[in-house]
Design a protein around this ligand. Structure first.
Ligand SMILES: [Zn+2]
Length: 71
């Protein structure tokens, strides 16, 4: 058995697997899966789902400190 490379071929239909992410809104858990674009079979890439955590978003928030004065 050769381990180490992630599977990119569907075991069932030899189709291409695309990375996908399942989100369970009821439990607030997320799970990374790979989904076959051919037959739709999903394979878990992670052992356990993990809780959704908000990512720190580095936005350029518009600064509303001073509006343009109307002249
Ligand atoms: Zn498939």
């Amino acid at each position: 058995m050769v381990n180490g490379t992630p599977k990119t071929i569907c075991e069932r239909c030899q189709g291409t697997l695309a990375p996908d992410q399942e989100v369970d809104l009821l439990t607030g858990m997320t799970l990374v899966v790979s989904r076959c674009i051919n037959c739709g079979r999903r394979t878990r890439l992670e052992k356990e789902p993990r809780p959704l955590t908000p990512k720190p978003v580095n936005r350029d928030a518009p600064v509303k400190s001073s509006a343009k004065p109307d002249t």
